[in-house]
Design a binder for this molecule. Structure first.
Ligand SMILES: [Zn+2]
Length: 276
């Protein structure tokens, strides 16, 4: 079995504040350490359960957060690091048997959710796919579903676990490492305990995938309409310069397509241009 791990940081053990996730802040060292902690725990659980190959895609911000020297060494594991990447958080997912989303967070606007946002907190107000508001979990799961690759595991705070189960049902394994009290505070498991929880969940996700029980998110009939609403009209002005976009109001552009890989590339392009 080949596993693709998309590793974000906001949902990692003990991480609760933006400064812990931003490279220019001194607290960033802690964020990196905890992202690595959670990724290593998931890798160990998956390898113990008999995984043949794991590709970890560093999926947070500049995507150079995971220290390759500190990753649990095993010849079956590789790291995809750096940016930009056309498919961003799901770059390299193709040809996997299952995807794991580690250190994830809830979509923008979720109450009692650690550092809730959708792809880029300062740029995106909301993203709707075929009429349903989607966060990173939903969008990335939809890309995987395009190639019939299920999601086996989602880890992060209680809010992202609930969001993921709402999208994919109870067959999905989730691992909760913290429960938010507010956007920047949470009741957290200690690292030793969260490592056990993550390891066990990863092993269970491997078993469920083997039994063909890991879920794909429903992507309907293969026609997609994506509405991206920016925080302000200036950001939308930038994004709407791309031919093929349709400006539907001051802050929103609309794009359509027939496959999720292209739709996800649209989000990458619109957000990078809008965020300039
Ligand atoms: Zn992130």
């Amino acid at each position: 079995m080949k596993i693709f791990i998309s590793a974000d940081m906001e949902g990692a053990t003990g991480v609760v504040q933006g400064v812990q996730t931003h490279h220019a802040e001194k607290e960033y060292v802690f964020g990196c350490k905890m992202q690595l902690h959670d990724v290593n725990a998931v890798i160990e659980g998956a390898l113990d359960a008999g995984t043949d190959e794991i590709l970890v895609n560093d999926a947070h911000a500049r995507m150079t957060n995971l220290n390759i020297e500190e990753m649990s060494f095993d010849s079956r594991v590789r790291l995809l690091t750096g940016s930009p990447k056309p498919l961003s958080m799901v770059q390299g997912f193709e040809s996997s048997d299952v995807a794991f989303f580690v250190g994830y967070h809830a979509k923008a606007g979720t109450p009692r959710a650690v550092l809730d946002h959708t792809i880029s907190g300062g740029v995106v107000y909301s993203i709707f796919l075929n009429g349903k508001e989607m966060g990173e979990t939903g969008l990335n799961a939809a890309v995987c579903a395009q190639k019939d690759i299920p999601v086996g595991l989602v880890t992060g705070d209680l809010a992202v676990c609930a969001e993921a189960k709402e999208l994919m049902g109870d067959a999905l394994v989730t691992a909760c490492v913290k429960t938010a009290h507010t956007r920047m505070s949470a009741d957290c498991l200690l690292p030793e305990e969260s490592a056990k929880v993550l390891k066990t969940a990863a092993a269970e996700a491997v078993e469920r995938t083997r039994a063909r029980k890991s879920p794909c998110v429903d992507i309907g009939d293969g026609r997609f309409e994506l509405l991206l609403t920016f925080h302000n009209s200036g950001q939308c002005d930038q994004a709407a310069t791309i031919p093929g976009t349709e400006r539907i109001d001051g802050r929103t552009v609309r794009v359509t397509g027939s496959d999720m890989v292209t739709m996800r590339r649209w989000t990458v392009a619109l957000i990078s241009l809008g965020g300039r």
